[in-house]
Design a protein around this ligand. Structure first.
Ligand code: SAH
Length: 357
């Protein structure tokens, strides 16, 4: 009788996404001092290295153990589209076959990367295509960080990603733990070493997580997607407002510890006849009075599935003027990458992950 042979299933520990402390613990298990963890952290994040054999300052025995027991995964670049305005949209495949989009926006000589945080989004904002896609899953910290590493590999020599905005698919504060872990790696001097003012986290305003973020000490820029200055309207446009109404949101923001000279950005997508009237601007100015902030006006990016229209230039300018007269600083954000569906609210993948019905 032949013996029953069970095929050996090799499971390795995935290192990308591990924090410095976790890598230090890992090397300690291999009997190595903690500075080996720091070296590993540098190789993976600062160096973007994926082969243990290349980590030449690590002892051969440690490298051999890592080759056996660990791996360093990476997103696969599946597609790249370039807009007539220079904006580039990348389609990345995750290890489980899920897909995400990351956008690279050239602006005045510097590149801004717009990172995704989830596959899809659970928040169902009424005018956002990612919201219509529904929620598929959270990204891991490694998948968030790897968008920057993967983009870096795509860039010609000499080009650098100067700014990071967490404004792609998904809601960062709904995926709080992975977001905070990824930010720590992106900010760490031995990691990607981004200065906090070069990173912006954009949120619909999940109040408990905003309070946690405030206490975390990660002083990245904060952008809040507001879109309405009354609960009645915001309940319709941003349904999570029913759970965290404006009074609670604004109280959390007024208590937010802003570094000196820093302001909170409020994003306000303008929709014709919905939230773009002069009285809407005056209501908005009243709501924001006394807060260190600026308003970023985004004329709606239209799509067949979105039941709203973009206002005329005239109405957009008038809205900005009303805010200015009420003492609120406001800019109009020119839409980028619209022709390749890379603009705000346009990121949605419809390949059976979840249908856009
Ligand atoms: N969930 C986070 C991160 C996404 S940022 C947040 O909402 O802040 C994406 C930004 O694009 C948000 O401000 C969102 O409200 C805005 N947006 C969504 N759909 C849009 C559309 N069709 N036109 C213009 N802006 C849109």
């Amino acid at each position: 009788m032949t013996a029953l042979v069970t095929p050996k299933v090799r499971t390795t520990i995935e290192l990308k996404g591990l924090s410095l402390e976790e890598l230090e613990e890992l090397v300690a298990l291999c009997g190595e001092p903690s500075y080996r963890g720091r070296q590993l952290f540098q190789w993976i994040y600062a160096g973007g290295c994926r082969q243990f054999e290349e980590m030449t300052n690590l002892p051969a025995a440690l490298r051999a153990t890592l080759v056996e027991e660990a791996s360093i995964g990476a997103l696969t670049c599946l597609d790249k589209q370039v807009s007539s305005d220079g904006t580039r949209k990348y389609l990345f495949g995750c290890a489980d076959g899920r897909k995400i989009e990351t956008v690279l926006i050239p602006d005045e000589g510097r590149l801004t990367a717009c990172l995704s945080i989830q596959v899809g989004c659970a928040l169902a904002c009424a005018f956002c295509l990612t919201g219509m896609m529904g929620f598929v899953r959270h990204l891991h910290a490694g998948e968030i960080v790897d968008q920057v590493l993967a983009l870096r590999e795509e860039l010609p020599p000499g080009e650098r990603i100067g700014n990071l905005v967490l404004m792609g698919m998904g809601e960062p504060l709904h995926n709080y733990d992975a977001t905070v872990k990824a930010l720590a790696i992106l900010l760490h001097p031995l990691g990607l070493a981004y200065p906090p003012r070069r990173i912006t986290l954009s949120t619909v305003g999940l109040v408990p997580e905003l309070t946690r973020l405030a206490a975390s000490g990660l002083d990245v820029n904060l952008a809040v997607s507001l879109h309405a200055a009354t609960d009645e309207l915001r309940d319709r446009l941003v349904p999570i407002n029913r759970r965290y109404p404006l009074k609670e949101l604004m109280a959390a923001l007024r208590a937010y510890p802003l570094p000196p000279r820093r302001r909170i950005t409020f994003e306000y997508t303008l929709m014709e006849g919905v939230n773009d009237r002069p009285e809407d601007a005056r209501e908005l100015a009243r709501l924001l009075r006394g807060l260190r902030c600026k308003v970023n006006l985004l004329p709606l990016n239209e799509a067949p599935a979105i039941p709203f229209r973009r206002p005329s230039h005239h109405r957009v300018n008038a809205f900005q003027q009303t805010l200015k007269s009420a003492g609120i600083f406001a800019t109009i954000r020119e839409s980028r990458g619209w022709d390749i569906s890379a603009a705000c609210g346009m990121l949605a993948i419809n390949d059976g992950q979840k249908s856009l019905s």
